[in-house]
Design a binder for this molecule. Sequence first.
Ligand SMILES: Nc1ncnc2c1ncn2[C@@H]1O[C@H](COP(=O)(O)OP(=O)(O)OP(=O)(O)O)[C@@H](O)[C@H]1O
Ligand SMILES: [Mg+2]
Length: 280
Amino acid sequence: MPVAEGQYQQTAPAIDAPVRIEELVKSFGRHRVLRGISLAFPRGKTTVVLGPSGCGKSVMLKHLIGLLRPDKGRVFYETERVDMLSERRLGPIRRQFGFLFQHGALFDSMSVADNIAFALREQEGGRPYDEETRVRYVLRLVGLENVYRRNPSELSGGQQKRVALARAVVLRPKVVLYDEPTTGLDPIRADVINELILKFKQQLDVTSIVVTHDLASAFKVADHMVMLHEGRVVLEGTPEEFRNSADPVVRRFLRGEASEEELRAIRSVGSEDIDFRGSQ
Ligand SMILES: Nc1ncnc2c1ncn2[C@@H]1O[C@H](COP(=O)(O)OP(=O)(O)OP(=O)(O)O)[C@@H](O)[C@H]1O
Ligand SMILES: [Mg+2]
């Protein structure tokens, strides 16, 4: 059937995926960050997005909820073109997402309960009906009901992350975006967060997208994995396909090795240029 001008003919996605991006291109000034990324995030599953620092993982996540607009390409939530929506019409879409920001801090001037209830009041016009029940429920989910009245500054980093997770799911999102959820935590606290990601998937039936450098976390929570490198998708597949990949970029990332080129660049900057001892 011919498509009217200006209309976008949507091809049926090969898998059931509430969140999809197609041919996403994004630059900041002359810096081309995303160079044509197409991905589908399967419903009810956890997709882990891996990639070196600065490759555009957070930028990609922000496009999913319209915090950034692409230069080219399309972003879908269900049947909606997210990249085409006005700020006002983005509201109901964002309401379907829980977002754990990479640098998302809690407000120190409010109690833990108010930090979480804040999201409820913003979205639901201040109806206090079951506010306390909802806040207690999500705090119980993350194992921290006892900090209800505390101030965030009294909590450890790991506890603060768990409160931020509780806040991310209090609106019963359909999709949860986690940007580096375990960064800065010791391996045991990190594993608590992994367990919560698994638990939210099961108990809240959400589609999850986890951006991380933490390979232990990645392999623990992933049903599906994606690796970005230099603005492109280098591999998309099951954790097993990742482990067995022969792609040199993937293998180096999994082994935590810099490329020869990167090592050469660092080694070639010699200390002979500068005398660190100063002139005494
Ligand atoms: N608002 C912005 N304005 C200008 N440049 C930006 C902006 N946001 C991101 N960038 C640039 O885009 C690139 C990708 O940033 P991004 O935050 O997505 O990296 P990342 O893959 O999430 O890295 P990390 O793993 O360190 O969090 C970086 O070079 C960054 O400086
Ligand atoms: Mg980031």
